[in-house]
Design a protein around this ligand. Structure first.
Ligand code: IPD
Ligand code: CA
Ligand code: CA
Ligand code: CA
Length: 261
């Protein structure tokens, strides 16, 4: 069930970029890879997908601003609207032939995310939401899970790789959380982690030091599916800070109490 003209533009753009990524994924061993920083990779696949998204999204809405992982930011004539794009979330999975990666596209208006699409092209799962119009995966309305006992709940996170300084904090989180829950997952694509909480596949997700392009689409999908989404450190702005915690409403307080210290 597709909504506004902007959402249609986003869905069309992600499908087109998704076809390019699926093609590259079939021949992933031939891709030239470069490392932007420790454990942070980019390949022709990310760049080709970003190019398609830029042509489609800015082609349809040339006055909007732009923020994307690989190409950076462009100010738009319209200072109130901006596309926020991760052309390939889960690059490390992609490059290892693991079919768990996605495209993330969000529309921000006056500092608020008003529409988001997270497209898992390998599985053809299109997660999308518009503020006030609910969250969907293909034709199915999304709703967070109803689990309210920690011991029955599973949570996802990202593990800091490449010598990142926040490793001790994440290890402390795990030491506190693991004894009280049914398990912790590390799938390697933050945008999909958020979509999965919205779909009720996990009860919650938290991660530090993400970027606006990892988070923006997931935030609106989560809220429209009935989840709570907050900055990990209370009072901060999620997109600017990059650290997030989200869960279904029934478990959020217990989960947040375990993770926040
Ligand atoms: C990464 C993934 C991963 C998260 C990293 C992100 P990328 O995005 O979302 O799950 O743990 O922090 O950078 O680089 O694959 O787009
Ligand atoms: Ca990256
Ligand atoms: Ca990402
Ligand atoms: Ca990326």
């Amino acid at each position: 069930m597709i909504g506004s003209a902007n959402l249609n533009i986003m869905v069309k753009a992600t499908r087109k970029a998704g076809r390019s990524l699926v093609k590259d994924f079939r021949e992933v061993e031939n891709l030239q890879v470069s490392m932007k920083g420790a454990g942070d990779f980019v390949s022709r696949a990310d760049l080709a997908a970003e190019k398609i998204l830029k042509e489609e999204l800015l082609g349809a809405r040339p006055t909007y601003g732009w923020l994307a992982e690989e190409g950076g930011a462009i100010d738009g004539q319209d200072p109130t609207r901006r596309w926020i794009v991760d052309p390939l979330d889960g690059t490390t999975n992609f490059l290892h032939g693991l079919p768990h990666w996605a495209i993330s596209v969000a529309l921000e208006h006056k500092g608020q995310v008003v529409a988001g699409v997270v497209y898992d092209a390998a599985k053809d799962e299109m997660f999308f939401a518009e503020k006030g119009a609910g969250a969907w995966m293909n034709d199915t309305r999304l709703r967070v899970s109803g689990r309210h006992r920690m011991i029955e709940s599973i949570f996802a996170t990202g593990l800091p790789f490449g010598g990142r300084a926040d490793l001790p904090e994440t290890l402390q989180d795990l030491a506190r959380l693991l004894p009280s829950c049914a398990g912790v997952r590390r799938w390697g694509a933050a945008a999909l982690d958020m979509a999965y909480v919205a779909a009720g596949r996990y009860e919650g997700f938290w991660e530090r030091h993400l970027h606006a392009w990892d988070l923006a689409a997931g935030i609106v999908i989560l809220r429209e599916a009935g989840a709570m989404v907050e900055p990990l450190e209370e009072g901060r702005d999620i997109l600017a800070d990059g650290s997030v915690i989200c869960a279904n409403q029934a478990i959020f307080d217990q989960f947040a109490k375990t993770i926040r210290r």
